[in-house]
Design a protein around this ligand. Structure first.
Ligand code: SF4
Ligand code: MG
Length: 327
């Protein structure tokens, strides 16, 4: 499988293209410098797998990831390290992703030294600078992860990701483990850093309220495939895939901390190992017809977005579930 498609990009910040990806099941997108692309969907839809494949933390079985036109999927391990400098990851659980035996200073020095970003006194100066950048101080450098709150730990993880001066950070549910009051602070920090350093984010989340706040573009995934992708405003106001519609209808008003209910869509998610034939959503779709279980719909331009559905216009008329709070 190696069909690469390139999709239209957000026009506001048209800039250098920094990457294009194809992973999971023919997932394909481009990411622009300074852009935030959110990947949303229920747990098990393949969002995290996609994030890891992007950075080649897990090897994709097919397809490729291009960074500035360089295919990093075929790079030998030695050269991969250089590329890794430019692509970092921030995880959901800031405690689990920090070594409890390492001080903050050691935690931050590790990538700086490993990637040859700086040495000696320069490296120490960089640690202080990084701490300041994420809203902590030199005063915290000698402490251990358990001495911090969840939000502070996530700041440390973000500082560690910034240590290699990356251009892309994949954030996998970066605020879902945090208290609601802290979520907004971290999201705001990420946005400040993006402006300051021109960072691009792939923001993996099941929290539509947070996504609405941070994303320029959104890709909705269902069972390993993108079913709808487009500009965030358009996608939230005029969702065309029945699955996106259900997700958006079930999400509360835009406010960080409002989480997608577990059962936004009726019925269980089928197994990703043995996805339904045709359109994988046909087992749960309110407007499914015979053709849906036979033919898999391609992503096609519809209403300014890309939608993988045989009946996107009809989908636009599906009323919101009665139980869902509408904004
Ligand atoms: Fe529903 Fe058919 Fe569209 Fe799939 S292709 S989302 S089953 S209408
Ligand atoms: Mg996940």
């Amino acid at each position: 499988v190696n069909l690469t498609k390139h999709y239209p990009v957000h026009k506001g910040i048209l800039n250098r293209q920094i990457g294009a990806v194809q992973a999971v099941s023919d997932v394909s997108f481009r990411l622009m410098e300074g852009e935030t692309l959110a990947i949303v969907g229920e747990s098990g839809c393949g969002k995290s797998t996609l994030g890891r494949a992007l950075l080649r933390l897990s090897e994709p079985t097919a397809g490729n990831v291009l960074l500035d036109g360089r295919d990093i999927t075929t790079l030998p391990t030695g050269q991969l390290r250089t590329t890794r400098r430019e692509m970092q990851m921030v995880f959901q659980d800031p405690f689990g992703s920090l070594n409890p035996r390492m001080t903050v200073r050691e935690t931050l020095l590790e990538p700086i030294i490993l990637h040859g970003v700086a040495t000696g006194a320069d490296a120490d100066a960089m640690v202080s600078e990084l701490l300041k950048t994420v809203g902590l101080s030199e005063f915290h450098a000698g402490r251990y992860p358990h001495e911090f709150s969840g939000g502070q730990r996530q700041r440390i993880c973000i500082a560690r990701a910034l240590a290699t001066k990356p251009r892309l950070i994949v954030c996998d549910e970066p605020v879902s483990a945090l208290d609601v009051s802290v979520q907004a602070q971290i999201v705001n920090l990420l946005q400040d850093l993006q402006r300051q350093f021109g960072l691009s984010y792939v923001f993996i989340s099941h929290d539509l309220a947070v996504v609405r706040h941070i994303a320029d573009r959104v890709a909705v995934m269902y069972l390993g495939r993108i079913v709808e992708m487009g500009d965030a405003e358009t996608l939230f106001h005029d969702p065309r895939h029945p699955y996106t519609r259900a997700l958006v209808a079930a999400a509360p008003k835009p406010m960080p901390g409002a989480v997608l209910p577990d059962r936004a869509v009726k019925g269980d998610m089928p197994s990703a190992l043995n996805p339904p034939s045709g359109c994988a959503f046909h087992t749960r779709c309110p407007i499914a017809r015979d053709v849906c279980s036979r033919d898999r719909p391609d992503l096609r331009e519809t209403g300014g977005k890309l939608v993988a559905c045989h009946f996107p216009d009809e989908a636009a008329t599906i009323p919101a579930p009665a139980t869902a709070p509408m904004s």
